[in-house]
Design a protein around this ligand. Structure first.
Ligand SMILES: [Zn+2]
Length: 210
């Protein structure tokens, strides 16, 4: 918790306004969103079973979560990412993987964006669960086109062979990504992990496209 939030809590003072990140109305001490906006957040989708793991998402990829994630990824709104990550934790932490593996960005994309949103999420979820982040376990072997402009089969072809697995890996890991759409990126990453001896590859993400 930030110092100013702790102070506000400790003194129970209401005269620091704390606007909701969505509507600007008073959100209450240390809260990111007002109760009315929170009531409009999408539900978590059901856990999705894959051949060698399960996909856990905290929200359906719908308003207002979609806009908050876009702000986090494309407009450096790291605060939005952190708030969503904290809200997601109780849903995700039900599974107990032995390591969290953020989906890496190619170095050219990382340089452009300045941060890897998946690594930011993995760090937050590691702090909340004590599960270590294996930040170097997956490497982007090559740059890929932006997935959001592609259709299903094109997405799979685009990320085929995009990853390499490195180092010693535990039997049960979770990939960390912001949005799970067709699953092509995670499937390509899971393929190299399973080939490297990992037995179970779950996915932890903020949101899943229905
Ligand atoms: Zn609000």
């Amino acid at each position: 918790m930030k110092f100013v939030d702790r102070l506000r809590n400790a003194l129970n003072i209401q005269w620091f306004p704390n606007p909701c990140r969505l509507c600007g109305e008073e959100a209450g001490p240390a809260a990111a969103f007002c109760t009315q906006c929170l009531a409009g957040f999408p539900e978590p989708p059901p856990v999705l079973a894959l051949a060698n793991g399960t996909v856990h998402a905290a929200f359906l990829y719908e308003a207002p979560v979609d806009g908050l994630i876009q702000g986090f990824k494309f407009h450096e709104d790291l605060g939005a990412g952190r708030h969503l990550a904290r809200m997601a934790l109780p849903v995700l932490a039900a599974g107990r993987p032995q390591a969290l593996l953020p989906i890496p960005l190619h170095v050219s994309r990382l340089r452009q964006r300045g941060f890897n949103q998946s690594l930011e999420l993995a760090r937050c979820w590691s702090r909340g669960t004590g599960i270590p982040v294996f930040g170097q376990a997956l490497v982007r072997a090559r740059a890929t086109a932006v997935q959001s402009g592609l259709k299903g089969a094109e997405r799979a072809a685009n990320v085929q062979g995009a990853f390499r697995a490195t180092g010693l890996l535990p039997a049960h890991v979770a990939l960390v990504d912001d949005v799970y759409t067709t699953g092509a990126t995670c499937a390509a990453a899971a393929e190299v992990l399973l080939a490297a001896g990992v037995r179970r590859v779950d996915v932890w993400c903020l949101a899943r496209v229905p």
